[in-house]
Design a protein around this ligand. Structure first.
Ligand SMILES: *Cc1c(COP(=O)(O)O)cnc(C)c1O
Length: 338
């Protein structure tokens, strides 16, 4: 038994999901003729109160497509310094859209309305025109911290007052909604574009959807094409996404509960320096100088447990669909015995 906690992307399709994929009706999606993709796009759009959606191979592509739709070259994008769109998309916003990031030092990946106000450039030829604000919910590098609908609505007010655009990197939005109990439909009223990953906690092998107005999705289709993301009979993959939305949202709570148990375990261990608050399914902690992160990872590996070092002495674990209670027991006992 391998216990892989490096990310919630490591899940493999279950029997039920594979059956749904096997039975998928497909067609050529570049002609918009794949019934499964059309169904997934419409379903996701409807869930979030948006007009339309577009299916892409990755969350990087849905984010980058959204930024391209919402900006013009030379403009500036306000995001947190920890944001995936800045840190983990290979410089994509500069490369693809010719825009620069304006980085906010937020609280575990989250900005306040005042942070946004403070970072909007005044009208002056020296400055890049501020055009887009991008939030990440939950925040990956922020250790799974989340925004409530009320907090996002307050930022939306600033965005609206300043005639800016608003993007949500909702790679793990269902993890946030699991905790806040907010209605996903209300997100459609706040954001111009939303990106949702199906391949994280929801357990699909591939895919993300970008949601927006019909007009923006029409633009996004050409952008996806130039990014090389126009797929053909990808309905086999979309079927996994539909299955994930139907079956794997409710169970996210279990991932959060297991993450909490890991947090509690870590709190009592002598080799731990600090633990970020565990709000959803991500656990980030620092080792003190009694143990190097290489040593710690090797000790876990000896018990077939995989975790990730995000920086020197900092470890990340992410709970997911393929991490069950038996594995949790092994992990807890191993952590205590180290
Ligand atoms: C995983 C992730 C993405 C998208 O990643 P891909 O690997 O390109 O699918 C985007 N944003 C956040 C916050 C993520 O965690």
């Amino acid at each position: 038994m391998i216990i892989d906690l490096r990310s919630d992307t490591v899940t493999k399709p279950t029997k039920g999901m594979l059956d749904a994929m096997w039975n998928a009706e497909v067609g050529d999606d570049v002609f918009s003729e794949d019934p499964s993709i059309n169904k997934l796009e419409a379903k996701a759009a409807e869930m979030f109160g948006m007009e339309a959606g577009i299916y892409c191979p990755s969350g990087t592509m849905t984010n980058q497509t959204a930024i391209k739709v919402l900006t013009q070259p030379q403009q500036e994008v306000i995001c947190d310094v920890q944001a995936h769109i800045y840190k983990y998309e290979a410089g994509g916003m500069a490369f693809n859209s010719g825009v620069s990031p304006r980085l906010v030092n937020g609280d575990r990946g989250r900005m306040t309305p005042q942070d946004v106000i403070d970072n909007i450039n005044p009208e002056n030829t020296h400055f890049a025109p501020t055009s887009l604000v991008a939030l990440e919910n939950t925040s990956n590098r922020g250790g799974g911290s989340y925004y409530t609908m009320k907090e996002m609505a307050a930022i939306h007010q600033v965005v609206k007052d300043n005639c800016l655009k608003f993007h949500l990197d909702g790679a793990r939005i269902f993890n946030a909604l699991t905790e806040t109990h907010d209605n996903p439909k209300d997100l459609g009223k706040l954001f111009d574009t939303i990106s949702v990953c199906l391949s994280k906690g929801l357990g699909a092998p591939v895919g993300s959807v970008m949601l927006s107005s019909k007009e923006n999705i029409h633009k996004a289709k050409r952008i996806r094409k130039v990014f090389g993301g126009g797929m053909r009979q990808a309905g086999f993959l979309a079927a996994a996404g539909i299955y994930a939305l139907d079956n794997n949202i409710k169970r996210l709570k279990e991932d959060h509960q297991r993450a909490k148990i890991i947090e509690t375990t870590l709190k009592n261990l002598t080799y731990i320096e600090s633990i970020m608050p565990v709000d959803t399914n991500i656990i980030i902690f620092k080792l003190n100088n009694s143990m190097t992160h290489e040593d710690f990872l090797a000790k876990l590996a000896a018990k077939n447990i995989k975790a990730a070092a995000t920086t020197k002495q900092t470890i990340r674990m992410v709970t997911h669909l393929d991490f069950n209670d038996d594995m949790l027991d092994v992990l807890v006992n191993t952590l205590k015995s180290i």
